[in-house]
Write a new protein. Structure first.
Length: 139
């Protein structure tokens, strides 16, 4: 099940069934199943508070993933800063929708067991992101 929540930001249209279908395709490729996943769209300030409280980090980020997965079922909460997504889209010269989907799949890949702390892990994560983005028409 996929749930979408807006905290401290204006709501926008997002196709919940398309995201769930996309997640299901990616999960199948990873030999996993989609469980309960919540996308919480929020502001920079909201996510910064979470980053400070739960991770002891004092900086802005585009996403924080709370993983509740129990193999092979992928579950968790993905907190996504809409402010960061907008800024990153400008920095990377891509549309808001493209960057939003990159962040949405990035968090889901964390739930699938991928990391991005080392250079090698980050390269694999980027490759998986690009592969998943291509499934929905982003190159």
């Amino acid at each position: 099940m996929l749930e979408i929540v807006f905290e401290d930001v204006a709501e926008f249209v997002i196709d919940e069934s398309a995201i769930l279908s996309w997640y299901t395709s990616v999960a199948n490729q990873e030999h996993k199943e989609v469980g309960d996943v919540t996308l919480i769209f929020c502001s920079d300030d909201f996510l910064l508070d979470l980053n400070r409280q739960h991770l002891d980090h004092d900086y802005f980020t585009d996403i924080i993933t709370f993983d509740y997965s129990d193999f092979p079922v992928v579950s968790g909460d993905l907190f996504i800063s809409v402010d960061r997504v907008k800024e990153n889209a400008e920095d990377f010269i891509v549309s808001f929708e493209h960057e939003l989907h990159r962040v949405i799949i990035h968090g889901f890949l964390h739930l699938c067991g991928y990391f991005d702390k080392t250079e090698e892990d980050e390269l694999l994560m980027r490759s998986k992101e690009n592969q998943a983005l291509s499934l929905i028409g982003f190159s």
